[in-house]
Design a protein around this ligand. Structure first.
Ligand code: ZN
Length: 416
């Protein structure tokens, strides 16, 4: 190779690398977040996976399944046991998630004391024998100490194991089953955009009809925070509504592309974490640094694919759970691609649901969360769609569907 050709090749490679680099997400230094967060890895404690056997009393408990959280279990008598529940690391926010399986040699009523190491009791206990149908334990069977560090639950157990859980168990295998089911529809393109530190898939449903070129994009995220199952349930029905075979949904999919990331934190979900991933970090504080593999992969993918297909990302919805239903939105003076959408969208949801008053909680850029990233990266509207821990499941379902319909109507009118 001639020297001039060598330089030309190098200049070409440099240009390719440069252009590729330009497609990456913006760096933290390009953003101004008033509240920076250190998202470098921190140590976590892993719970010991085991079956706790007490043959003398005939009581057994196990955390040997994905989504379980039980840090210790001791029997205190024939009909009484204590379950220790602790987080993956501290400091951590108040999300004391628990989930374990219980059974006995013979049918009996037992009292299980949930003993929390951090924070106090939050989630109403639920039971299931098949992990699909869940019921609340009657409030008369549940009592909490004054400092909320202990919650005593009376329940009947027998040879048939029951799951006692803070929320419905929806682990990575369940999410995969749901994705497989959606992927049977022609407009769903299902892939994994990367791997978590524990080598689990980061699933993505890429939804569009026809060509994805030049379509505007809606990004949907869920399960950054493992116990936030009610947000996940809302995300499911929201996405299912977009995939329905009717005039509204079909027209929407012809005009828009939707990128759904239903499980941003698969490791945390399967390990029964309260909040963090295996890096010990709140993933929803890493949307400017991309130090955590999960956020790096999803941010890279969104930026690259929307650039490849000349898409404008106009809206990002991140589904979470908190104590009550609320929408965390951008401050009114933050100019984005679909100004005015949110107000009409929330009014539309309100008008469809008798007696429901959506709570809109706008704020400027605070910490490096996804809502701010949608705005900073794409100049898109960013909304954190929060569902209450104990919001009735039928209400979540109905609101998820109606809010998808209202979004589709508004965006179809915008595109015409
Ligand atoms: Zn959350």
């Amino acid at each position: 190779m001639k020297i001039s050709a060598f330089y030309k090749l190098n200049a070409f490679l440099f240009l390719v690398l440069f252009l590729t680099a330009c497609k990456g997400p913006q760096k933290a230094s390009d953003f101004t977040f008033p509240k920076p967060v250190d998202t470098n890895n921190r140590e976590i404690d892993y719970q010991e996976k085991k079956t706790y056997s007490f043959p003398t009393e005939g009581i057994y408990a196990s955390n040997e399944y994905d989504g379980a959280r039980l840090n210790n279990f001791v029997v205190l008598g024939k009909n009484k046991a204590e379950a220790t529940i602790s987080p993956e690391n501290t400091p951590i926010n108040h999300s004391p998630y628990y989930s374990f399986k219980l059974w006995a040699d013979e049918a009996k009523e037992v009292t299980i004391d949930l003993k929390y190491i951090e924070h106090g009791h939050r989630y109403r206990p639920k039971i299931s024998s098949d992990r699909k149908n869940w019921t609340y334990i009657d409030t008369t069977m549940v009592s909490t100490s004054e400092d909320r560090m202990t919650c005593s639950i009376k329940l009947n157990i027998s040879k048939e194991p029951v799951y006692l859980s803070a929320q419905e168990i929806i682990a990575s295998g369940d999410v995969k089953d749901w994705c497989d089911l959606q992927a049977q529809k022609a407009s769903v393109h299902y892939s994994s955009v990367g791997k978590s530190p524990m080598d689990k898939d980061l699933p993505c449903l890429d939804i569009y009809e026809g060509d994805r070129m030049n379509k505007d994009v809606v990004i949907i995220l869920s399960r950054q925070h493992p116990p936030e199952v009610t947000g996940y349930l809302a995300m499911q029905t929201f996405v299912e509504e977009i995939l329905r075979d009717n005039h509204l949904s079909n027209t929407f999919r012809k005009n828009y592309r939707v990128l759904v990331f239903p499980l941003v934190n698969p490791d945390g979900v399967d390990l029964g974490h309260w909040r963090h991933n295996t890096g010990g970090i709140d993933l929803n504080r890493d949307w400017a640094y991309y130090r955590q593999k999960e956020i790096r992969a999803i941010a890279d993918y969104c930026v690259k694919t929307s650039s490849d297909y000349k898409n404008d990302v106009i809206l990002g919805l991140d589904f979470h759970s908190t104590f009550k239903d609320v929408y965390y939105t951008l401050a009114a003076d933050m100019d984005h691609d679909i100004n005015g959408f949110r107000e009409i969208w929330l009014e539309g949801i309100k008008n469809q649901m008798d007696g429901y008053e959506p709570r809109d909680a706008p704020s400027g850029l605070g910490g490096p969360v996804s809502k701010g990233w949608f705005y900073q990266q794409f100049k898109a509207e960013g909304i954190t769609y929060e569902i209450g821990d104990e919001t009735p499941r039928e209400f979540i379902d109905k609101k998820g569907r109606l809010s998808a319909q209202e979004m589709m109507k508004l965006l179809i009118f915008k595109s015409n």
